[in-house]
Design a protein around this ligand. Structure first.
Ligand SMILES: Nc1nc2c(c(=O)[nH]1)N[C@H]1C(S)=C(S)[C@@H](COP(=O)(O)OP(=O)(O)OC[C@H]3O[C@@H](n4cnc5c(=O)[nH]c(N)nc54)[C@H](O)[C@@H]3O)O[C@H]1N2
Ligand SMILES: Nc1nc2c(c(=O)[nH]1)N[C@H]1C(S)=C(S)[C@@H](COP(=O)(O)OP(=O)(O)OC[C@H]3O[C@@H](n4cnc5c(=O)[nH]c(N)nc54)[C@H](O)[C@@H]3O)O[C@H]1N2
Ligand code: SF4
Ligand SMILES: [Mo]
Length: 685
């Protein structure tokens, strides 16, 4: 028997994940079913290639565990909770009733909790923000990932701005600083390899010998949280050896004499001691950096998850101004380019709906404290979670879990799957995936805008976040016309500028799927830093006015893992290559690659504890216990253990993950978490 041939269609989309690469996707649809997701060969930054994770997007979208209808919890909260299906009508009516009741006495008792499950302008903070603004709910300080580094950049360069990624391919020296690029920034790694083929030297600065470090010319395995000491010592060497661009310093920087005095306190001997690396390694790195043109730094978020993370980013971001590296398009530093994106947040989020109200701001990174009955503020009585899995990803899980388990807390979770967080929900609402809705994406890696078209109809009864908040708004009686804007209108509002123009032309996005933002090839070649002084601010008056040190400095970790202390090992918990934070952990083919939750431990540290490869160990500190398998490995430096993240708690041998051990202490700048500033001990279980 022959079947009539149905033509495949190809739909252009955008990768929604919190990854600097923001790939342009091509989804092949056959008979209404997405059969393949591939990288768009016409998009230069994607270059036709996706990471393994997103190549498996159809497996995630059609996963048998996808939530396809609204669910209501019956019985107690937690991993053993049971849920029963309810209609959308009943779920939304009940949720609106509960939220209205709470809002009638104190709208600030309601807290949204969201992050970057999707980075979309539309399915992120658009209709959701309008809803919470109208309600007068508490506002969420979204600090869990990047805010320490972001503030550092703003106070140094004037914005989240840096080199254009494509020019890394022309650099002759690349410092890959606090980044496992092969795992988490694949398309940058391709450019770095191109540079290497053209003779560039690659240096990786990371306490772990990552797969990226394996492939670099040199690996500097410093102690976690000591990057500022290294950067100041590099400055010391640039000064004493005269590897400075005096003209650039005079024309385009502020506070040089002060920074110079600070840096001269950091001879390599001192930094070597703090960083736990050889004096010669620092001297060699300084010589390379001081004498190679063009020299580029790919800085990433690994350096800013410790107490002094903001200062570390400030110190590193100063380096290219000392040598004038910015003069060349392949010189400078890149942490984030999100400052180039000029989406209209006011139009999307409508803060005017607050009127004169100024609700309190609660920090997502200390959600455990905010949910505690002992919180030093009026209680949070309802949580609405979307685009995030806080029970797995927020620090100090036992505190987070205790909060989510409160019987008097009303919790709604919008999700694709029954995550660790959904275990604590009163209602779980099924959300669409990227293949099922419209969205518009900026990026923090390259400098394009990428449009996402829906490729398939929503699965089951799933709805886009926007539609869920639209319907809730209607149930709550919010009759402002903005609550009826559809998703295409929201896309256009995101692009609209105050002067009536468009940030980038929507019609081009519809036609090509992506548009590049115009901008200079070398942003700071002639200075023009968007700081108050117009210069690269080594000394920041704004920070000094806040009572902070105006200059970057080295701040030791809160939890310095000293050999003689109760918790002598420093634990870092960076991303696993085949997961995206806690997303994809339930995608079988990807979980099979990662295997199981592991703790990497150096042979020396394993030996002194009688631990052998493959044995079950307990990792512990005063906050909790995490039981997993030991992987005895040369990857971590001695004294450092690595728990690649972020597994779901239910996969942990004792129902926990690495965040059972991390703390709610915050960084020096940006009120951000200190995931990699965490002292632990390890023993055989
Ligand atoms: N595959 C994959 N890709 C991802 C993610 C993911 O979960 N999986 N997550 C995405 C997200 S949300 C983000 S924010 C980015 C994160 O992007 P990055 O921060 O670039 O993350 P990693 O590539 O793991 O790099 C962090 C590296 O920093 C090292 N490190 C830890 N502490 C220190 C330190 O004190 N100093 C220095 N120099 N290095 C240190 C770790 O060992 C690790 O190798 O990646 C994004 N991309
Ligand atoms: N120990 C440790 N902890 C960490 C980190 C670390 O390095 N170490 N990294 C931190 C960092 S950098 C980050 S960014 C955070 C990330 O934390 P999160 O932003 O919470 O990221 P994910 O874990 O990926 O969870 C996102 C959730 O959103 C859901 N989702 C995706 N798209 C949609 C949608 O369209 N609608 C709805 N309703 N839901 C959707 C996904 O199914 C997923 O469960 O974790 C932090 N936690
Ligand atoms: S996660 Fe990153 S590398 Fe993978 S498809 Fe998305 S944007 Fe591209
Ligand atoms: Mo992140």
């Amino acid at each position: 028997m022959t079947h009539p041939q149905v033509a495949d269609t190809q739909v252009l989309g955008a990768c929604p994940h919190d990854c600097p690469d923001t790939c342009s996707l091509v989804t092949t649809v056959r008979d209404g079913v997405a059969v393949r997701v591939q990288g768009n060969p016409d998009h230069p930054a994607t270059d036709g290639v996706l990471c393994t994770k997103v190549s498996r997007y159809t497996e995630r979208t059609y996963h048998p565990d996808r939530l396809l209808q609204p669910m209501r919890r019956v019985g107690p909260k937690g991993p053993n909770a049971t849920f029963e299906p309810v209609s959308w009508d009943e779920a939304l009516t009940n949720i609106a009733q509960r939220l209205s009741q709470i809002a009638a006495t104190d709208p600030e008792a309601i807290l949204p909790y969201s992050y970057a499950g999707t980075m979309g302008q539309v399915q992120g903070e658009s209709m959701a923000a309008r809803f919470f603004h109208q309600l007068g709910a508490s506002r969420l300080d979204r600090t869990i990932c990047a805010s320490a580094g972001a503030e550092a950049l703003i106070h140094t360069l004037g914005g989240k701005l840096g080199m254009k990624t494509e020019w890394f391919s022309e650099a002759k020296l690349i410092l890959i600083w606090g980044s496992n690029s092969i795992g988490s920034n694949l398309h940058f790694w391709r450019l770095a390899q191109q540079a290497k083929r053209n003779g560039a030297r690659l240096v990786c600065i990371d306490p772990r010998r990552t797969e990226t470090a394996d492939k670099c010319d040199e690996h500097l395995a410093l102690n976690p949280g000591t990057d500022a000491a290294l950067a100041l010592s590099l400055m010391h060497e640039l000064i004493v050896n005269g590897w400075l661009d005096h003209d650039y310093l005079a024309q385009h920087t502020l506070g040089w004499e002060q920074l110079k005095a600070r840096a001269l306190q950091w001879p390599p001997q001192r930094a070597a001691e703090v960083c736990g690396v050889a004096v010669e390694a620092i001297e060699r790195l300084a010589r390379d950096y001081g004498t190679t043109r063009p020299a580029a730094i790919r800085l990433n978020y690994g350096v800013q998850r410790a107490r002094g993370g903001g200062n570390a980013v400030r110190a590193i971001a100063c380096l290219p101004a000392l040598t004038g590296a910015w003069r060349h398009r392949a010189g400078g530093v890149l942490l984030s380019n999100s400052g180039h994106q000029r989406f209209n947040a006011t139009a999307l989020q409508r803060p005017d709906l607050l009127g004169a109200r100024r609700p309190r701001l609660l920090n997502m990174s200390t959600i455990g404290k905010h949910l505690s009955p002992d919180a030093p503020h009026a209680p949070v009585r309802a949580l609405v979670v979307y685009n995030s899995n806080p029970v797995a990803v927020a620090p100090d899980s036992s505190s987070v879990v205790a909060g989510f388990a409160r019987e008097d807390l009303f919790t709604v979770v919008l999700e694709h799957f029954r995550t660790d967080t959904a275990d604590y929900a009163d209602y779980v609402l099924p959300a669409t995936t990227q293949l099922e809705h419209w969205d518009l994406h900026g990026t923090y890696g390259h400098t394009d805008v990428v449009l996402n078209r829906p490729a398939i109809a929503p699965r089951g009864q799933a709805l886009p976040n926007t539609e869920i908040f639209r319907r809730l708004a209607q149930r709550m009686g919010f009759d402002e016309p903005c609550f009826s804007d559809d998703d295409l209108t929201l896309c256009q509002q995101a692009l609209s500028q105050a002067d009536g123009s468009e940030f980038v032309p929507f019609k081009d996005l519809l036609a090509f799927g992506f548009v590049s933002i115009p901008g200079p090839e070398a942003p700071f070649a002639k200075g023009h830093f968007p700081t108050p002084s117009g210069r690269c601010e080594f000394f920041s008056q704004r920070l000094a006015a806040q009572g902070q040190d105006g200059l970057p400095d080295y701040l030791p970790n809160y939890e310095s893992a000293k050999a003689d202390a109760a918790y002598p090992l420093a634990m870092v918990s960076p991303p696993a290559r085949h997961f995206l934070n806690s997303s994809f952990v339930n995608v079988t083919s990807l979980r099979d690659v990662e295997g199981e939750p592991l703790l990497e431990i150096h042979p020396q540290d394993a030996h002194s504890r009688g631990v052998q490869d493959g044995q079950t160990v307990v990792v512990f500190n005063d906050r909790g216990r995490y039981v997993c398998r030991a992987r005895v490995s040369q990857r971590p430096r001695p004294g450092v253990v690595v728990g690649l993240g972020i597994w779901w708690r239910r996969h942990g041998l004792n129902g926990t993950n690495v965040n059972e051990l991390t703390s709610q202490a915050l960084t020096d700048l940006g009120r951000a978490p200190t995931f990699y500033d965490c002292a632990v001990e390890v023993a055989l279980a």
